[in-house]
Design a protein around this ligand. Structure first.
Ligand code: NAD
Length: 485
């Protein structure tokens, strides 16, 4: 085992979980055992909530301009330790080193946004009638929780922790049990940046601890990022306990390719979108709808896909089960009559025979009713459907229950606008394969890709992590009284 057994992080110290139950942490890169992660219990959560509650009065009363100083230092520490943080992400998640570096760079950008929060939460004040002032202030909620998935061990925790904490909350994070190492490293950087003990805590575990988080009366709000199946469970349970909840779910993102699209640029974008992070991105292109004759573009997509080599510029998928599931989808599509143009099954990387790799896969002549067209595959696979018209393509996109992202490739601005207006997704790209809005724009899908109001990052996160206090004041008795004063 390369690293010591993982511990929880409570009140500024690493501590053992109370249960003896644990799971192995396996590197998808080569199948090596990295560590063991404890499956915490409600008792461990309770200790974290107690620590966070104790820290909350002083932290929330610290002026925001002082609170964000921690995040200026944290941002610097992320930059200073970028290489080591990226190596850890690569090791536990399996993505390439370049992708891991990009993930840390995104964490830095998210932190940079948090340092700008004092400029964005100034509140409002107005004399609403003679001598009477109304004023609004953003007030921290208290103890909040963030439950995160495996695919971005650093970025997704950093979607929530800098903003929630800079806004005055104390946080408990529940890392994915598949990639629990990076979060512990972030805790140390936050401590080094001067974050007081108890403001940030980590409780490791699986569904048992997620249920305990949803049920704990001391937790005010929960953000969740993961699959739609679990997002629904968490959203329902958290809100039935009267908590504020924002739960981001899975995705099935459609790219619509029109015959006038620039072939080389489109092919590069499609290939990069479907294979980046081995297709394990909620913004990955998973289905493509070609409108009219786009054979020349599909040929180029295959050429690009063949340049993507497992173990070189393509990382591993998270586990053996995941590899089997993805390959099962490809085999099923083949049996149903789809044509496998580039086949990533049975990929092997020399010297890393126990790594879990799937090569880039391009499937053509997919029918909308096939599983590869409808379901989230979460692997480096693109399923191509063909239509005669843009409206037919939109009908396919609209019929999928998810709504994270959609993209169109065309040179026709009017047609791009037509598709932006009609695609049923929260984030739309035009000639962009991965339309992630960068800070200060907020991130969030629609439909079954998100449950709850608002988005998870950017300005929208201010509404989620704070409540508004409205005060009405009058200091001039000579103004008299009327019904509005
Ligand atoms: P997951 O839903 O399996 O797990 C997410 C979290 O929920 C983990 O911390 C896990 O421990 C916990 N969990 C798992 N099963 C649970 C259960 N039955 N009850 C309670 N908690 C449970 O997701 P994953 O496999 O870690 O991540 C991949 C998924 O996340 C994909 O569907 C992907 O699209 C989605 N995702 C979405 C976004 C987005 O912004 N919409 C971003 C990243 C990932």
């Amino acid at each position: 085992m390369k690293y010591p057994k993982i511990q929880n992080y409570i009140n500024g110290a690493f501590v053992d979980a109370s249960s003896g139950r644990s799971l192995p942490v396996i590197s998808p890169v080569d199948g090596n055992l990295l560590s063991e992660v404890p499956m915490s219990t409600a008792k461990d959560l309770d200790a974290a909530v107690k620590a966070a509650k104790k820290a909350f009065p002083a932290w929330s009363k610290t002026p925001i301009k002082e609170r964000v100083q921690v995040f200026f230092r944290y941002k610097y520490l992320l930059e200073k330790n970028l290489k080591e943080l990226a190596e850890l992400v690569q090791e536990e998640n399996g993505k390439t080193y370049g992708e891991a570096v990009a993930e840390i760079e995104k964490s830095i950008e998210l932190t940079e946004f948090a340092t700008s929060l004092p400029q964005l939460v100034t509140g409002e004040v107005l004399e609403v009638s003679k001598g009477v002032e109304c004023r609004t202030e953003h007030v921290a909620l208290g103890v909040v929780a963030s439950i995160v998935p495996f695919n971005f061990p650093s970025m997704v925790p950093n979607w929530t922790l800098p903003n929630a904490i800079a806004l005055g909350n104390c946080m408990i994070i529940k890392p994915s049990e598949k990639v629990p190492l990076s979060c512990g490293r972030l805790a140390l950087l936050l401590k080094e940046a001067g974050l007081p003990d108890g403001v940030f805590n980590i409780v490791n575990g699986d569904s048992e601890i997620v249920t305990a988080i949803c049920d704990h009366p001391g937790i005010e709000a929960i953000s969740f990022v993961g699959s739609t199946k679990v997002a629904k469970i968490v959203y329902q349970r958290a809100t039935s306990n009267y908590k504020r909840c924002l739960a981001l779910g899975g995705a099935k993102n459609h790219l619509m390719v029109l015959p006038d699209a620039i072939p080389a640029m489109t092919a590069q974008n499609v290939a990069a979108s479907m294979s980046g992070c081995a297709g394990q991105r909620c913004m990955a292109a998973s289905a493509m709808v070609g409108v009219g004759n786009i054979d020349h573009i599909i040929d180029k997509i295959c050429e690009e896909a063949k340049k993507i080599v497992p173990g070189e510029n393509l990382g591993a998928v998270i586990s053996k089960e995941s590899k089997e599931r993805i390959e099962g989808y490809i085999t099923e599509a083949e049996k149903q009559g789809a044509k496998i143009l580039v086949d990533g099954r049975n990929a092997k990387v020399k010297g890393k025979e126990n790594g879990t790799y799937v090569g880039p896969t391009v499937i053509d002549y997919v029918k909308p009713e096939m599983s590869v067209a409808k379901e989230e595959i979460f692997g480096p696979v693109i399923s191509i459907m063909r239509t005669k018209t843009v409206d037919e393509a939109l009908a396919i996109e609209n019929a999928n229950p998810y709504g994270n992202a959609a993209s169109v490739f065309t040179q026709n601005g009017g047609m791009a606008r037509y598709i932006i207006d009609r695609a049923s997704a929260g984030m739309i790209g035009v000639n962009v394969g991965v339309p992630v809005p960068r800070e200060p724009f907020s991130f969030g899908g629609w439909n079954e890709s998100k449950f709850g109001v608002g988005d998870i990052t950017g300005k929208s996160s201010i509404e989620f992590w704070t409540k508004l206090k409205k005060s009405t004041t009058k200091w001039n008795p000579e103004a008299g009284i009327n019904w509005m004063s």
